[in-house]
Design a protein around this ligand. Structure first.
Ligand code: HEC
Ligand code: HEC
Ligand code: HEC
Ligand code: HEC
Ligand code: HEC
Ligand code: HEC
Ligand code: HEC
Ligand code: HEC
Length: 253
């Protein structure tokens, strides 16, 4: 006995620990396996037959887009003709199985927020070339995407021709005052792109006395009825716009 003990102690300590751990592992592997592996495993080879029953217990969550057509055939028809035809209904409205069973009790979510559309459309160089992408910071930041784009039938909408689509207040102000005969582009040079991504292509804003002087200087060759001032002395040192609102100039200040 003591010889055995001596031999045992002669083995380096690390090896002894590893051997004990290995023995524990082996016992757990042989007996523990029985505890943890379900009985039905192995009945038909390396496969657990009861898995199918278990999966059938999990309720359906997604209904698939065909199911929506039963009641929303108009939306399905419209979508299938347009660029979102490959984006599934439930991608945007969330899992819809419960809704198809009892529409009133389980209303679906409607993603109206800007932050939703940009999940797919915000600019990302990894996306395929030609995939329609925008920079959400500069692309019409003041409106919801669906103000301008139909989510079921998206296409780039008509570019608004009128400045007033976005600058309504200024158009009204201008129309009510002495500058009502002047088109916006008389004073602002604008690139067409300004109407698509406004902040990326800001128009020019005139800020020199000479600019107003082209019509109002006593020396200008503009139409006679326009009121003139000596632009060297009149309100000198200041830009004209600091005393006269350029969109609604008033002299009785
Ligand atoms: C059995 C008929 C039926 C099916 C199938 C069905 N719906 Fe509906 N859905 C309705 C009815 C009815 C309403 C209106 C409920 C209401 O106004 O509360 C509705 C409303 C909606 C709304 C608007 C909810 C709101 O708050 O205005 C969305 C979005 C919607 N359904 C999406 C879907 C999608 C996506 C599917 C497919 C997964 C689907 N529906 C399948 C009947 C159905
Ligand atoms: C790209 C995201 C997107 C997809 C895909 C989508 N929807 Fe919508 N859906 C919306 C948004 C956003 C609204 C809200 C529109 C609004 O308020 O002007 C909406 C509104 C609705 C409404 C309520 C108002 C209406 O226009 O009738 C129904 C019903 C609806 N969707 C059903 C569907 C069905 C069915 C499908 C699949 C054929 C589908 N949607 C696919 C985003 C989507
Ligand atoms: C799951 C991803 C996904 C979501 C979410 C999504 N889209 Fe799209 N969108 C697409 C795909 C895919 C196309 C088609 C691209 C193509 O065919 O080149 C598309 C096309 C478009 C186009 C057409 C652009 C063009 O050049 O004609 C517009 C506009 C658009 N989506 C707006 C929206 C709006 C608004 C929302 C939010 C209601 C939205 N999308 C949500 C994937 C998405
Ligand atoms: C004030 C109106 C307006 C709003 C709000 C708006 N857009 Fe647009 N969008 C436009 C116009 C106009 C175009 C057309 C540009 C063109 O023809 O290239 C456009 C083009 C697009 C395109 C196509 C770009 C391309 O290269 O083909 C996508 C995608 C798009 N918008 C997505 C969105 C998303 C997403 C939002 C919300 C975060 C949004 N838009 C908000 C007016 C708007
Ligand atoms: C799609 C909407 C849209 C249209 C259409 C549009 N603008 Fe703008 N414009 C904007 C936005 C957004 C800004 C930025 C406002 C801000 O930064 O507060 C802006 C800014 C401006 C500015 C100020 C530039 C600066 O440096 O501060 C001028 C000038 C201007 N627009 C003139 C015009 C004129 C003239 C037209 C018509 C020919 C026009 N815009 C059409 C959206 C639009
Ligand atoms: C007589 C020349 C003139 C005309 C015409 C004019 N503007 Fe301006 N606009 C200016 C000047 C000058 C400024 C700078 C004002 C300042 O900085 O105080 C300005 C500033 C702006 C700004 C930026 C500041 C703000 O008020 O938001 C916008 C946007 C703008 N104009 C849009 C328009 C639009 C849209 C029209 C047509 C409806 C128009 N302008 C017509 C001279 C003009
Ligand atoms: C393209 C020519 C043109 C330009 C440029 C122009 N105006 Fe005018 N302005 C007019 C016309 C036309 C009237 C109306 C006739 C009049 O009252 O003299 C007018 C009227 C005025 C009036 C008189 C208002 C009143 O109560 O009678 C003032 C002040 C004025 N403009 C200031 C400015 C300022 C400031 C600028 C530069 C930002 C400017 N204008 C640029 C053409 C122009
Ligand atoms: C320090 C403020 C100030 C500045 C800067 C200024 N104005 Fe005036 N302007 C006035 C006042 C106040 C009146 C009305 C009293 C008057 O006729 O002197 C007036 C009157 C006018 C009138 C009407 C003249 C008439 O015969 O009834 C025009 C046109 C005009 N200004 C254009 C301009 C132009 C163009 C500039 C820039 C070169 C400019 N103003 C800069 C304060 C200013």
């Amino acid at each position: 006995m003591s010889k055995l003990k001596e031999k045992y102690l002669a083995i380096p300590e690390q090896i002894r620990i590893v051997t004990v751990l290995f023995a524990i592992f082996l016992i757990m592997f042989i007996f523990g396996r029985r505890l943890f592996i379900p009985k039905t495993f192995g009945e038909y080879g390396h496969y657990r037959a009861a898995a199918v029953d278990d999966i059938m217990q999990i309720g359906l969550v997604y209904a698939g887009h065909q199911a929506c057509a039963e009641c929303h055939d108009d939306v399905v028809a419209e979508k299938s003709q347009h660029m979102h035809k490959h984006v599934a209904c439930e991608n945007c409205h969330g899992p819809g199985y419960a809704h198809t069973q009892a529409p009133d009790e389980h209303p679906l979510t409607i993603p109206t927020d800007r932050s939703y559309c940009v999940l797919c459309h915000s600019y990302n160089p990894a996306r395929p070339t030609g995939f329609p992408q925008i920079d959400p910071v500069t692309h019409n930041p003041d409106g919801a995407c669906i103000d301008c784009h139909q989510p079921h039938a998206p296409q780039p909408p008509e570019v608004p021709e009128e400045c007033g689509s976005c600058h309504e207040r200024i158009v009204r102000t201008l129309g009510a005052g002495h500058h009502n005969s002047l088109p916006c582009t008389q004073c602002h040079d604008i690139k067409q792109e300004h109407k698509i991504t406004p902040r990326d292509f800001l128009p020019t804003v005139p800020r020199t006395r000479e600019f107003c002087g082209t019509c109002h200087s006593t020396k200008a060759s503009s139409a006679k009825e326009i009121r003139r001032v000596d632009i060297v002395t009149h309100g000198e040192n200041y830009f004209c716009g600091q005393c006269h609102f350029p969109h609604n100039p008033e002299v009785k200040i």
